[in-house]
Design a protein around this ligand. Sequence first.
Ligand SMILES: Cc1cc2nc3c(=O)[nH]c(=O)nc-3n(C[C@H](O)[C@H](O)[C@H](O)COP(=O)(O)OP(=O)(O)OC[C@H]3O[C@@H](n4cnc5c(N)ncnc54)[C@H](O)[C@@H]3O)c2cc1C
Length: 610
Amino acid sequence: MEIFDSKRLSRRALLRSATVLAGGAALGMRPAHASAGKPKLNPGMGQGRSVAVLGGGMAGLTAGWMLANAGYKVTVFEADSRYGGRSLTVRPSDPGYKRWWLTKYPEGNLFPGMYVSSYKEARGPNANVPQICNFVPTPWYKDGPQVELFLNAGPGRIPSDHKCLLDLCGEIGVALEPYTFQSNYNLLRSEKFNKGEPIAYNQVNYSLRGAIAAKLAEYENITNCDPNTPETSAMAHMLREFGDLSKKCEYDVSARRGFGKLPGGWNDGPPVVKEKIPLDDILKSGFVGGGNPELSPGSFLFNADNILWQNSLMQPIGGMDRIWQRLLVQKVPAASFERFANDIRKQPVPDRDGKIHLGDLVALNFAATGVTMNRDKVQITLNGGRAAYQADFCISTMAPQLLARVLSDQFSKDYKSALNEVRGQDEGEKKKDWVPAIKVGWQAKSRFWEQRNHIYGGISWTDDDIGQIWYPCEDFNAPTGVLTGAYNRGPVAEAFGNMPQADRITHALKGGNNLHPPKDTFSGFEKNVYADRGVTIAWQHMPNQQGGWTPVLGNSKPAVYKKIVEPQSSPADPSKARFFVAGDTYSWLPGWIEGSVTSAYEAVGALVMM
Ligand SMILES: Cc1cc2nc3c(=O)[nH]c(=O)nc-3n(C[C@H](O)[C@H](O)[C@H](O)COP(=O)(O)OP(=O)(O)OC[C@H]3O[C@@H](n4cnc5c(N)ncnc54)[C@H](O)[C@@H]3O)c2cc1C
């Protein structure tokens, strides 16, 4: 996802935030101002007018759900054979596991494609080769329930600032649990530090803080950090707490660095605190800045200081796809269903209250291949003319360049060329806006990171091409679990995406082995995961996508951004907008579902005004 870079805030954004502060939010007195939020719609507003939604990802489904409940006829066209777009969670193809999953989440039986166990990339060396998730079903204990096995191949976490998405989860019944971004025992690894030996975060972090505090005390000529002497200055108090300094303002033994030998029973002897890392070693380590920002945004040691990770983070229990799955099963009025030419969907059967499900309104495997507008209607050509639909309005959630390719000349040249300015990954463009992004998933044979490293959730960082390893935040102490064994973006992800699947696996294993060498993992990372069953994905090669996400276009290409979010009307009736866009790319939060949801709210809000 897009990393929010506070240093790159535009002047305008800074001024805007300054205005907010001046308005009284300064000193943390008021909560940060959330986006405009969900528009309030009345059930009869739509009066049976129709809306075509292009794309069945989070933005399209959110918009479709709201409009159907507001009395519009809604059809969501999704080019792919699955729902969710970039919100892809893959699960084992094993039929027994699938049966177990469908018992646990029975609403998953409602629509085909709610359980995804394979996908194909569309370009690159693995084009059209099905990637099948072959995780091995494992019960918690003999005859016990299954350990939940999934890879969030796209999104995986929700920061607490993402209010609209969190509210939506509450409204549609998505159960959430904590997602740990950082635990003190997560590892850091760099070629520049101790010959590539990984080290726990706390050992480096608190060694650095101690060294900084001691240096500052020296600089300020403070020699007394004893909290019990009245003459100790406030500065000395602070430095002592900040760096865990001794009474003489020196930094030495500090349990903050973690234990080499944990405290135990009476026979164990005293615990042993980990050694202090000299400041010079830390400065040269590659953990504290100056690294490749594509691999280590901001630098490993300070990653958790980014505003995105400071607050509580959440994950839907059971996988990120639970959000769109719960959307699909929401009830909508039966009158919101409308057929189109060559529609092959089943006729939905309304319940006693005259309701059907949002999922009934989605037409999978229908790609918009042409969009034109006349005075009163938007006409959608589907699958190259094999089907068609005519609606009063349209909301597109397609990537800008993909959209430009299907718009007719009824849309202005300026609009289309602005869309084309958001360069995708799929045509070998020279200057790309969309960021390549890759992930790898491994099922582990044991939770060695919990048993050996005391790591329960969080992320370890490495300068290897895998970038990072995520540890599962669910099912602690289970006999198995799924590691996100690589998550990278930028040039490294581009190179990774261009490897055949077998090479991706070998490459990712090397990174895993380096971060969890044999002495820390019983017998090595490679032997502790199902090495031949890894799952990999390169978003730049996925069908109907142009990469992982774009940068904040409002900052990087302000004029383009302003143009592409403009509602469009037919030249025959410029007074009435009929065409709108939604999706994270068209928001100030690309790379985040919050951007998809807030932009969907805005598109819906603008549409209902027409
Ligand atoms: C690796 C990765 C990690 C991420 N991590 C996070 C995270 O931790 N938290 C978070 O909140 N977000 C994260 N994101 C971002 C998040 O996945 C997206 O913001 C969100 O899923 C986008 O939803 P959308 O509906 O806006 O777009 P999409 O999901 O891209 O939906 C667009 C849909 O349009 C369809 N489509 C395209 N062309 C056509 C056509 N011609 N006709 C019909 N349909 C078409 C596509 O198939 C797709 O389903 C991550 C993304 C990636 C790739």
